[in-house]
Design a protein around this ligand. Structure first.
Ligand code: NAD
Ligand code: ZN
Length: 383
């Protein structure tokens, strides 16, 4: 049996923020990051739509990028004080992921982050509130996924909380919210969405349902990312990228990801390489590596009228370069001495990362290490 899980309601299209009026409840807490949703007027609009539906709202502001457990616990305390029956994560994935974790601690105050990070440890949710996700970046797909990534800065560890209980009840995919995204955030997050589509498409548990969504999302990214980066106010491209991110999220929350993510998680945690940028640097060589055991990249090459996995790898490199993202880890700025000192640890941790389990080709330590080194140098692998 294979199950396909996504939110119950997904509103998508320009102006769909207004559909907040259809959410059922009486009191909402809206969790936001910095000031972007205040400055672009989105927070005020959201609160006005809720007020029209007789839903009171309170705001928890100040979630930082890569949200910490301290912020999550502060937010949960705020929830306890406000007693919402609707939790709304509004903003980048950091704000939405923090809101998901605050929601868990609101429902189960006795939880600990370590416990929750065990696979499927989250108990039955929705005893106190439902969850609405409204993303303002087009990348991670958190509005769809049963995943929240929280950082314990004291331990220097990122904890993924994974459970379909965390899949939002309502997702609102309104491209208007993305117009204010800076160019580099648009590029990095858009390339992250591309990597979700590509990794889900070749996952070793891929199926027809997810293939259709993954392939559709990849096609949208190739047709729209450059315009979204170059013309921030082009709302059609913004909506297309928002849809792409959401569709790729639907695919990967059901069939998972591969070693682009296993390897990217390590360079993100160790060297601070932005997630989408790391993925874009790693993707062409991982495509070459996996292409030895799957012919599915040929379908993806066909989206742009080509036929081989190598041509698809080159299409990915070209899109990365055109959107202004570094071509190698050396070019990104990782110091060579530090790289050499940490390469074995990165490799060991990438092998242990849960995403490695779903990669179509099972890698060895030496193979991961050689892929890392080629991506550091900016060369192509041939094994
Ligand atoms: N839950 C998941 O499924 C999942 C998957 C992959 C990664 N992650 C996590 O997601 C986080 C990264 O999320 P992200 O890439 O969305 O970035 P982010 O939420 O950290 O936002 C990046 C920056 O862009 C700003 N920003 C966001 N939207 C904006 C807008 N419309 N206009 C202007 N500025 C805006 C934010 O304030 C922030 O400074 C990481 O913590 C990563 O570990 C989660
Ligand atoms: Zn990703």
């Amino acid at each position: 049996m294979t199950k396909f899980i996504v939110p119950k309601e997904i509103f998508h299209g320009l102006g769909t923020l207004e559909n907040l009026k259809e959410v059922k409840g009486s009191k909402a807490v809206i969790v936001i990051g910095g000031n972007s949703v205040k400055n672009n007027g989105v927070l005020e609009k959201a609160q006005n739509f809720l007020a029209e539906a007789n839903i009171k709202s309170a705001v928890f502001a100040g979630v930082e990028a890569d949200p910490s457990i301290e912020t999550v616990l502060k937010g949960a305390e705020f929830f306890t004080q406000e007693q919402p029956d609707i939790v709304i994560g509004l903003g980048g994935c950091s704000a939405i992921d923090a809101a998901k974790a605050m929601w868990v601690f609101y429902e189960y105050p006795e939880s600990t982050l370590e416990e929750l990070a065990a696979p499927f440890a989250v108990k039955t949710m929705r005893n106190k509130a439902i969850f609405v996700a409204i993303p303002s970046t087009s990348g991670t797909g958190t509005e769809i996924t049963g995943l929240s990534v929280i950082t314990d800065r004291k331990k220097g560890t990122k904890y993924p909380i994974v459970s379909h209980e965390l899949t939002p009840d309502v997702a609102i995919i309104d491209g208007e919210l993305c117009a204010s995204m800076p160019k580099h955030v648009t590029a990095n997050t858009g390339l992250d969405a591309l990597s979700h589509g590509v990794e889900a498409y070749v996952s070793n548990i891929a199926d027809r349902y997810n293939d259709a969504l993954a392939k559709g999302s990849i096609d949208l990214v190739f047709k729209n990312l450059i315009t979204a980066v170059e013309e921030p106010n082009n709302l059609e491209s913004r909506q297309a990228m928002h849809d792409a991110s959401c569709m790729a999220g639907m695919a990967f929350t059901n069939v998972w990801l591969g070693i682009v993510h296993s390897m990217s998680h390590q360079i993100g945690g160790t060297f601070g390489v932005p997630h989408g940028c790391g993925n874009a640097i790693l993707m062409p060589n991982v495509i070459r590596f996996n292409a030895k055991v799957t012919d599915k990249y040929e379908d993806l090459a066909a989206l742009s009228g080509k036929s081989t996995a190598e041509e698809f790898a080159q299409d990915v490199s070209e899109l990365r370069a055109t959107t202004g993202v570094a071509g190698s880890l050396k070019e990104y700025g990782i110091d060579e001495k530090e790289w050499n000192a940490k390469l074995d640890t990165l490799t060991e941790n990438a092998l242990k990362d849960p995403c490695t389990l779903f990669n179509p080709r099972k890698p060895t330590f030496d193979e991961i290490k050689a892929i890392y080194q080629a991506c550091y140098d900016g060369t192509a692998i041939s094994f």
